[in-house]
Design a protein around this ligand. Structure first.
Ligand code: H2B
Length: 100
C-alpha cells in the first residue's frame, strides 16, 4: 500500500460525504451523530467486523450517540485506497441512521 497521489486525492476525496483532511497529518476525519447510543454502537459493531475482515482499523471514539472517526493507513504513513474504501463502507452502514 502506498499513499494516494495528488491525482487520486483530487478525484477521491471530494466524492466522500462529510470526510475532511486533517490539518496536521495525512488522515481523514468524520463525526457521525446517530439517533441514540444503540444506533451508534450497533453501527460500530458492524463496522468493526468489516474492519477486521479488511485488516484495516479505524481510530475512533464514542460519546453517547456521537462517533468521531479518523482514518489513515499506519503502515503507509498516510492515506491510501484502503481508507477510502473503509470510509465508504462506514457511510453505507450509516445511511438512514444519522442526524444531519
Ligand atoms: N489499520 C490501519 N488503519 N492501518 C494499518 O496500517 C493497519 C491497520 N495495519 N490494521 C494492519 C492492521 C497491520 O498492523 C497488521 C499487522 O496487518
Amino acid at each position: 500500500m502506498r499513499p494516494l497521489n495528488e491525482t487520486e486525492r483530487a478525484e477521491l476525496l471530494p466524492a466522500l460525504d462529510g470526510w475532511a483532511l486533517l490539518p496536521d497529518r495525512d488522515a481523514i476525519r468524520k463525526t457521525y451523530v446517530f439517533s441514540d447510543f444503540t444506533a451508534a454502537f450497533g453501527w460500530m459493531t458492524r463496522v468493526a467486523l468489516v474492519a477486521e475482515k479488511m485488516n484495516h482499523h479505524p481510530e475512533w471514539s464514542n460519546v453517547y450517540r456521537t462517533v468521531d472517526v479518523t482514518l489513515s493507513t499506519h503502515d503507509a504513513h498516510g492515506l491510501t485506497r484502503r481508507d477510502i474504501e473503509l470510509a465508504q463502507r462506514m457511510d453505507g452502514f450509516a445511511a438512514g441512521l444519522t442526524k444531519s
